[in-house]
Design a protein. Structure first.
Length: 269
């Protein structure tokens, strides 16, 4: 686990207003950059906590690792960890890596186990605002979303920022269905537009995203000609928290109307 620097809050308060810092949860070693690199670039010092960053004790071969150019899981994780370090260095972010195994290597840990591990990180880093994946399509992403859902229900988490996962967010109706599911659970998601953290839309942040995405050479190789154009499209964020029934219904209507119908300019990755 890479160490993360901590700024002295007392000294910081004497010199400038407190700037929000973030803890971005990434299911795999690429999701945070593919989905949130512009946010990482806009807030140097952001910490990325990758959940499925463990290496199987017994080497395995999978179709995805073969397509990425690796002979087995040991070589794959070594290579992917190097790529992730390069990408996060470009973004100015720091890494926390948990040793749970990617779903391609075996059964996923249960949601309670992941929730406990994520809760431990939140307690260790109480000043950071949590940024989590919406939980779209991929079983690993869904399991991570189940984990932070447990933290909400236990009232260990009152609010957070949620991001739509690149590639998976393109499935028609997936984001709207997930937002509706959260609404039914009593959570209210408000879409964050360009006025939220506007630096993430600037030329510098977009350049950082292009360069950091390229650091994942093995994963881009695995996609081959199927490299999803969605990686280059603007990032999607919502603020999530408990809300009254009325406000939750209003937000749900807005989100369902826009989650899959947004049309914004495309940036080349």
């Amino acid at each position: 686990m890479a160490s993360e620097s901590r700024e002295g809050r007392k000294g910081q308060a004497l010199t400038r207003p407190r700037t929000p810092r973030y803890l971005v949860v990434s299911p795999h070693l690429d999701d945070a950059v593919f989905s949130c690199a512009s946010l990482l670039a806009a807030r140097p010092g952001t910490i990325v906590c990758t959940i499925f960053a463990g290496t199987p004790k017994i080497p395995q071969r999978t179709g995805w690792d073969d397509a990425a150019g690796f002979v087995d899981s040991t070589q794959a994780m070594q290579g992917r960890l190097r790529e992730d370090k390069l990408a996060l260095d470009v973004c100015g972010a720091h890494a926390i890596r948990l040793d749970f195994l990617d779903g391609q290597y075996g059964p996923l840990p249960d949601a309670d186990t992941l929730a406990a591990a994520l809760g431990d990180e939140l307690e260790r880093l109480p000043d950071l605002e949590l940024v989590v994946p919406l939980g779209l399509r991929h079983p690993d992403h869904v399991r991570v979303a189940e984990a932070w859902g447990i933290l909400f229900r236990a009232r260990r988490l009152k609010s957070c920022v949620v991001y739509g996962e690149a590639i998976h967010r393109t499935a028609r109706g997936a984001a709207a269905a997930r937002l509706a599911e959260l609404g039914a659970a009593g959570l209210c998601a408000h879409s964050l537009d360009e006025t939220w953290l506007p630096e993430r839309l600037g030329a510098r942040a977009l350049d950082v995203k292009r360069r950091s995405v390229r650091a994942y050479a093995s994963q881009l190789r695995a996609f081959g000609e199927r490299l999803p154009a969605d990686i280059a499209k603007p990032e999607r964020y919502w603020r999530l928290g408990w809300a009254s029934t009325a406000s939750a219904l209003r937000a749900l209507r807005r989100n369902c109307a826009t989650a899959d119908g947004a049309r914004t300019r495309t940036h080349t990755a």
